[in-house]
Unconditional design. Structure first.
Length: 167
């Protein structure tokens, strides 16, 4: 059966203070590829609903994922490629082990519970440092997240430190 493959780059502006998406927009426009920039104020939702002592990551990631699923459906996509890398996967494995009491890893790919989408993580075996170096050499625009890592004492930071010590 014939099938159609079309790539669509999607960037999510989460309306964080100080956000300037000019560089990513210019980069995507120059690429000649199809793209869409979504704007959803997840930043205010997360900071309004959670106390400063709570970890923002879980709610923020769920909101982002829901926005991406909605966009994928609207765009007629059946597959989403996420940017998680090896360090993300190892940190998640250790957090699940130490804090959740279960040996559960981040899958390289899965089908959503409702069967609508196949989610893949093509960078799952790549080290974060290698990806950062490639991005630097390729001249990719880097937009920092003002919510991720804005809190002290995060479990993910502790797992990253443990992995550095083990290496």
């Amino acid at each position: 059966l014939p099938f159609k493959v079309e790539l669509i780059a999607v960037h999510l502006d989460q309306v964080q203070p100080g956000y300037d998406g000019t560089s990513i927009r210019e980069f995507l426009e120059k690429s000649g590829e199809r793209f869409e920039i979504l704007r959803e104020d997840t930043y205010s939702v997360v900071t309004d609903r959670l106390p400063e002592t709570a970890t923002y990551c879980s709610l923020c990631s769920r909101l982002r994922r829901g926005i991406l699923y909605t966009a994928a459906e609207r765009l007629g996509c059946n597959k989403l490629a996420l940017g998680h890398h090896r360090d993300d996967a190892l940190e998640t494995l250790l957090m699940n082990l130490f804090y959740g009491g279960k040996l559960q890893a981040m899958p390289a790919g899965y089908t959503t519970d409702d069967g609508r989408f196949r989610v893949i993580r093509p960078l799952i075996e790549c080290a974060e440092a290698d990806i950062a170096e490639h991005a630097r050499l390729a001249g990719y625009p880097i937009l920092p997240c003002n919510l991720c890592g804005s809190q002290d004492g995060l479990r993910r930071e502790a797992m990253a430190a443990l992995l550095r010590d083990l290496e």
